[in-house]
Design a protein around this ligand. Sequence first.
Ligand code: ZN
Ligand code: ZN
Length: 303
Amino acid sequence: MGFVYLPPFRVQGISVAGEEAVVQVPELELAFDIGLCPRPVLSAKTVALSHAHMDHIAGLPYWFSQRHFQQQPPGRVVCHHAIAGALDRMMQSWVDLEQQRTPYEIIPLAPGQCTELGRDRTLHAIEMPHTVPALGYCVRERRRKLRPEFVSLSSSEIRVLRERGTDITHEVDIPLIAYTGDTAPGDHLLHDLFRTAKILIVECTFFLAEHYDRAGKGKHLHIRDIERYMASWQAEDIVLVHLSRRTPLPLAREVVADVSQGRRLHLLMDSRTNRARYEARLLAAGGKDEPAKSAAGDPQPTE
Ligand SMILES: [Zn+2]
Ligand SMILES: [Zn+2]
């Protein structure tokens, strides 16, 4: 699995265009797409499905089934409302094939709608242009913050206000992580939730200049598109996924280093660079910055 540690989140998974796309954030108990089902992904309680191309969905019935087999609560899949019926029929076919019923939950979303993820977090759906109905997603977290008019007060002044029963905080929604899924370029990539997310996971299928037309035909992104949008995206970290095998990894690594000037852009599947960065961070933190072990298993980067 590819692994990028962006404290407090781990972004991990396997994402190769046409073969397999599954990107898990264990801290959110969430996976974006499920092209196959590597073992750590069983701990995800929700799968946010971008679209139903086989390389994004093939692990779904297995994930439902294994969660049931391991006595975990039924998996929830969030999907574009236009494909919910077909997904349900697929799962009904599995009942006929296996002669047993696997529990599952399908949550259809129309673009602009959202669903609860628990712990004051919501998952928002954004319409994406691709060759089939497709959604991008953003996870937002509701936090209580000090009202702007009280920010300059001292702690004793704030205590007095609190004792008088003044409501000194208000709720704000923080866009934590967004995922584009497969998409053609366009203004939808400048949607507020993509612009303001702290971490942005973006498909970038093509890197070579001669592949620009191919990207357009397949409704995919090229690194030149990413370059164009980067100035508008406020994300501290941008993780590129869904690279085509037509691009050798060393070449993609070079292009990314060139475009990002050493910061912000990461390739999920570049284990060598991600491991070196992770180890440098551990060293700098004296070993204190290690991600906590969770049900997702081994927090170490893997090849
Ligand atoms: Zn794809
Ligand atoms: Zn696709």
